[in-house]
Design a binder for this molecule. Structure first.
Ligand code: MN
Length: 204
C-alpha cells in the first residue's frame, strides 16, 4: 500500500472508531437477564430485589424500596438465593413458613450488566463476588442505571447499598410501552389486598 493511501486508511479507521459510541463497552446479548422486585408483606413490609445471575436469583431485601432520585442510597441486605421460577411467584407464603405473608410482583423485566473494566464487561458473577454491580433496569416501573455496592455498615454485616445512578447520555433505556401504577402488581394489576383476598397461589 502506498504511503498516502495508508494515511487515508488510518484516518478513516480513526474516524470510524471515534464515531462508535459505546458508553458501556461491548454489550453481549447474553449479559441481559431477568430481574424482579417483589413487594413482601412479611413480619415487616419490604421489597425483595432479585437478579438472575448464572441461573439463580441473587437476592436482597430492601426495606425502603427502590430509590427514586439520583444518588439516593437505600440499604439492601443480601438474603438467600431463590430458584429462577420464584421470579414469577405472586401469592401467599403460609404463616409459620419462612417469610410468611403476601408477595406481589411489584416490577419485573430484564436488566443489562454495564460494569466494565478496561472497556470490557465484567461478568455478573464476578461483580457479585466483588460487591460492585452496575446495571440498567428495563422494567415496567423501574428503568435506568442503578448500582449495588457492598459496604461496611454499623447496622448490618455484609450490607449493600442500592443507588440510583445518573442517566448516561446516549444510553437511553428503553421505556416501557405501558407504565404500571406504583401500588399494583406489574404482572396482574392487583393490589396487595386483592392478592391476599384472592389467595390463588402458595409457595412454601
Ligand atoms: Mn422477603
Amino acid at each position: 500500500m502506498a504511503r498516502s493511501s495508508l494515511k487515508t486508511y488510518r484516518k478513516r479507521r480513526e474516524l470510524k472508531k471515534s464515531s462508535i459510541y459505546e458508553p458501556y463497552g461491548r454489550i453481549k446479548k447474553s449479559e441481559s437477564a431477568l430481574f424482579v422486585i417483589q413487594k413482601h408483606d412479611a413480619s415487616h413490609l419490604h421489597y425483595d430485589l432479585r437478579l438472575e445471575i448464572d441461573g439463580v436469583l441473587k437476592s436482597w431485601a430492601v426495606p425502603k424500596g427502590m430509590p427514586e432520585k439520583v444518588d439516593i442510597k437505600r440499604l439492601a441486605i443480601p438474603t438467600d438465593d431463590h430458584p429462577y421460577e420464584y421470579a414469577h411467584f405472586e401469592g401467599i407464603i403460609p404463616q409459620g413458613h419462612y417469610g410468611g405473608g403476601t408477595v406481589m410482583v411489584w416490577d419485573i423485566g430484564s436488566y443489562q450488566n454495564i460494569k466494565t473494566k478496561n472497556n470490557e464487561l465484567v461478568p455478573m458473577s464476578e461483580c457479585y463476588d466483588e460487591g460492585r454491580i452496575e446495571v440498567i433496569f428495563n422494567g415496567k416501573k423501574i428503568q435506568g442505571p442503578f448500582a449495588l455496592v457492598r459496604t461496611k455498615s454499623l447496622y448490618a454485616k455484609n450490607a449493600w447499598l442500592l443507588i440510583k445512578m445518573r442517566a448516561i447520555p446516549g444510553a437511553k433505556p428503553k421505556s416501557a410501552k405501558k407504565k404500571v401504577r406504583k401500588d399494583v402488581s406489574a404482572l396482574s394489576g392487583r393490589t396487595m389486598n386483592q392478592i391476599t383476598r384472592d389467595h390463588d397461589a402458595e409457595w412454601d
